[in-house]
Design a protein around this ligand. Structure first.
Ligand SMILES: [Zn+2]
Length: 192
């Protein structure tokens, strides 16, 4: 009888640990975001690109190449895409995505699922798998197509939140840089 009670308690305590323990899915070396979350894809980033201004399409391709060179690869496809990048004036974009603010130069919505925590020093960052994404470049608001495309692709690939350093592409506000900084790259590359 006594033995049986002990066994029962052991099972309950093991179940409690299983319920409350968070999966640790990796260790991070960098953190430049004002958010405590980061995302990553486990499937290929196959982008369907559409645009009405050719320089916007060129900018999206330039931005994707920069991320590929940073270790976060993607390709452009005409069918079988896993994400979309649309470059149009505000009136067109807001019909596709009503939650785009009027002053946005770009916008990204992603489908994600929480999969566990990354360790960063003595803290933890929430890790999300990205399942799909939809990026917009608002061509009549943006004054930096390449920088804004690189910023939205960063979000789509898992860069959550923003950098507080105005020289970074992942800074919250539209800025002039057109190339990813080491900080932009290191933050996301470490989860790929
Ligand atoms: Zn942003």
């Amino acid at each position: 009888m006594r033995k049986k009670i002990t066994l029962t308690l052991l099972v309950i305590s093991l179940l409690t640990v299983a319920v409350f323990a968070v999966a640790i899915i990796g260790t991070l070396s960098y953190w430049y975001s004002n958010s405590s979350s980061i995302g990553f894809w486990t499937t290929p980033r196959k982008i369907y690109l559409s645009y009405s201004i050719s320089s916007a399409g060129t900018a999206a391709r330039n931005a994707a190449t920069q991320w590929t060179n940073a270790g976060v690869s993607s390709s452009f496809v005409t069918s079988g895409s896993s994400m979309t990048f649309a470059c149009y004036p505000y009136d067109t974009c807001v019909q596709l995505e009503p939650s785009i603010p009027t002053d946005a130069a770009g916008y990204t919505s992603s489908s994600t699922t929480y999969v566990g925590d990354f360790e960063y020093g003595s803290t933890y960052k929430r890790g999300y798998e990205v399942l799909g994404a939809f990026c917009y470049l608002i061509t009549d608001v943006s004054t930096n197509y390449i920088g804004d495309c690189a910023h939205e692709l960063g979000h789509a690939f898992g860069w959550m939140g923003h950098s507080t350093n105005s020289s970074d592409i992942m800074y919250a506000y539209a800025n002039s840089p057109t190339t990813l900084t080491t900080r932009d790259k290191n933050h996301l590359n470490q989860v790929y």
